[in-house]
Design a protein around this ligand. Structure first.
Ligand SMILES: Cc1cc2nc3c(=O)[nH]c(=O)nc-3n(C[C@H](O)[C@H](O)[C@H](O)COP(=O)(O)O)c2cc1C
Length: 380
């Protein structure tokens, strides 16, 4: 039997060389964040979950889905409750030129109008499968499809059965892969992501091929998510669980350097010696590098939202970025007050005017990583 392989061409071909990507992160992973990530070596990005009816209704909901030419390869993530609506949403993303479409069966946000969506579909597997089928039928093999799931709805045996039923349906319906977040929906963010559950999934489905691929040699791609805070976590997850790719989520907010380092580490592991972005003398982003990224991110955000809204958006990024600076606490306090570009530039002039070594990516891990509590809204 021929060995299964990850795709060597097409929008998922990055996975074989660079086994990581930027996750969907509601309220963060917009064009600006994606471009900053790409410039630091991130090979693939996912949008935040977009509600199907927002896309269908047009206006602002559709505007946020529109793509720019330099934002590829890109996966558009869909979330919805009704087969006909999510099918219409998938057609819209298809028409907008998304390279891959992902279906969200993971978001723990409460149900709306008693109808399940996101992670709540895990508790009603037949409805989840109907949703997956509707998207597959709508797209008719024109582009790869993937799914984001949590490891189960809760810790019951029934919930685990439901997970497997949906996972198997994704394979049978011709999906190219699934990324699993190793927490249950009920768990939200309390307690760790159970990597052991990912290993079991790999044991069970790691030898599946993609049903819609041109050959039977394309491997059904399994991704892992949860508790990826530093570069070493990406490779530890791969080693411990056998997943093909790792989704970087909270760990890349205000920390695009994680991609630069992951790329360098991937190249080193392949025996390529010093890789792109592999810095001499440690991993800490230098102060000038930080300053340049902070300004670029703000300007990109301003292109999207205008100055005031960009300032609101960038304050939360600033809090995370500040952790890479030795005077992080003071800078955080300064970023929180920013209301526009001048004030943002003012913080940069005050704290980032002299170059020097920053705080390393690993040391800059946020408190959230230890407290393991986080809010996820999955709004669009
Ligand atoms: C603020 C926030 C928003 C999120 N939004 C999405 C989303 O829109 N789509 C999605 O698939 N996952 C979303 N997630 C989940 C992450 O992609 C990821 O699976 C989760 O945070 C676990 O990974 P981590 O522990 O490494 O952060 C979100 C998480 C957070 C914290």
């Amino acid at each position: 039997m021929n060995e299964l392989r990850l795709p060597s061409d097409g929008p998922l071909s990055w996975a074989a060389e660079l086994p990581f990507y930027q996750a969907g992160l509601a309220g963060y992973s917009d064009y600006a964040m994606r471009m900053v990530a790409r410039k630091h070596g991130c090979p693939y990005c996912i949008t935040e979950a977009m509600l199907d009816h927002f896309l269908i209704n047009g206006g602002k909901g559709l505007e946020v889905a529109e793509l720019r030419e330099d934002d590829h390869p890109i996966c558009g993530q869909l979330m919805g409750s009704h087969a006909d609506e999510i099918a219409a949403g998938a057609k819209i993303l298809d028409g907008l030129g998304y390279d891959v479409i992902d279906v969200n069966i993971a978001c723990p946000q409460k149900k709306i109008k008693r109808k399940s969506r996101g992670g709540h579909l895990l508790s009603v597997p037949d409805e989840a499968i109907e949703i997956l089928k509707a998207v597959a039928d709508a797209v008719e093999g024109s582009r790869p499809l993937t799914v984001k799931m949590r490891r189960a709805f809760d810790d019951s045996n029934e919930a685990l059965d439901g997970f497997h039923k949906i996972f198997q349906a994704a394979i049978e319906l011709g999906y190219s892969g699934v990324t699993v977040h190793g927490r249950t929906v009920e768990q939200k963010y309390i307690g760790p992501s159970t990597w052991e559950s990912l290993r079991k999934i790999v044991d069970e489905y790691g030898h599946e091929h993609v049903r819609h691929a041109a050959t039977k040699h394309q491997k059904f791609m399994i991704g892992g998510s949860g508790d990826i805070w530093q570069t070493s976590d990406i490779f530890a997850m791969i080693e411990q669980t056998g997943v093909d790719v790792v989704s970087v989520a909270r760990g890349c907010i205000g920390n695009p350097w994680i991609f630069e380092q992951a790329r360098a580490m991937a190249q080193r592991k392949k025996g390529g010696g010093q890789g792109v972005g592999d810095k001499q003398g440690g991993d800490a982003p230098r102060i000038y590098e930080q300053r340049d990224v902070l300004l670029e991110h703000f300007e990109l955000s301003m292109q999207l939202y205008g100055e005031q809204q960009a300032a609101r958006m960038m304050r939360k990024f600033g809090i995370r970025f500040s952790r890479h600076h030795p005077e992080g606490e003071q800078i955080k306090a300064a970023f929180i007050k920013v209301k526009g570009l001048d004030a943002w530039q003012g913080v940069l002039d005050e704290f980032y005017a002299v170059d020097g070594v920053g705080v390393g990516v690993d040391a800059a891990v946020p408190d959230e990583a230890r407290t393991q509590v986080s809010e996820e809204s999955c709004g669009s």
